[in-house]
Design a protein around this ligand. Sequence first.
Ligand SMILES: [Zn+2]
Length: 334
Amino acid sequence: MTLTPERALEQAALAGIHRLRIPTPFAVGRVNCYLIEDEPLTLVDTGPNSGKALDELQSQLGARGHSIDDLELVIVTHQHIDHLGLVEIIVEHSGAEVAAIGVAAERLANFDEDAEAEDRFAVDLMIRNGIPEEVTVALRSVSRSFRAWGSQVTVTKPLADGEKMAFRDRTLQAIHRPGHSPSDTVFWDERRRILIAADHLIAHISSNPLISRALDGSEQRPQALVTYIASMEKTREMPAEIVLSGHGEPVTDHVALIDDRIAKHERRKEKIYKLIAEQPRSGYEIAQAIWGNVAVTQAFLTLSEVIGHADLLINEGRVREVEDGQVVRFLAVD
Ligand SMILES: [Zn+2]
């Protein structure tokens, strides 16, 4: 029998894991951070770098008898700014250690340069896939304006994939599950069957497989959706009872949710195949055929979706990329 989300939160609280809902200025709404009342006293994700988020974090910690100064460990689940923006401020106040997947440590330490490089990568990818230059310029300035909500993060406890973190009352295993972002890491309490999954799995929204530079510095364009599906398939095999997400309510039937997500990607892949089989199209042309003219801020998300599904088709040998001047088009094979 699956739990209701309310029961799941109660059960997590009994295990000393408390959801804190911190406001963000982004369309996604509030971000879930998790206070783990254990030794060390731990906060999983922090919310964005804003006064409002800091106030709410203070007051929600205060409601449980803690303050920011008491925190001993901050765990960063992934590289997105709505999850990590307050890390630096928290560390200044508390001296807390910071744990994150080791392969992302260098990126997190060089936040500004990394954000710049990420933007350049995104612009190149958009141009290559037919997105008009003025859209990329607009998107770049949006991205720059968002950067203030982020933070540079000095990881003092770099985690290996599979590493077990010992607390007084529990063990959490850090497991790298890239896809939504290259650094996505989930934290598994095997004894309690609780998985802290952040944006790897979200009940009410399908996590975007955002295309981002590879963490290992390789120049190859990462196949974010291919990676994400492989990660979901691994999570599907875990005997989790409660999955605590980075946004919204807990997931209490992760197998059904993952099956549903994978089926949706399968359907979208076939829809995109049809469009490509009709005529060769750029990523932008495919996105327009599916969603019409989307808001500028959505342009990169929808392009990531299209390319992700085209990658699945390329890997199946049904589609290939052909260069057409500056732009690449997807072409159906035979
Ligand atoms: Zn995220």
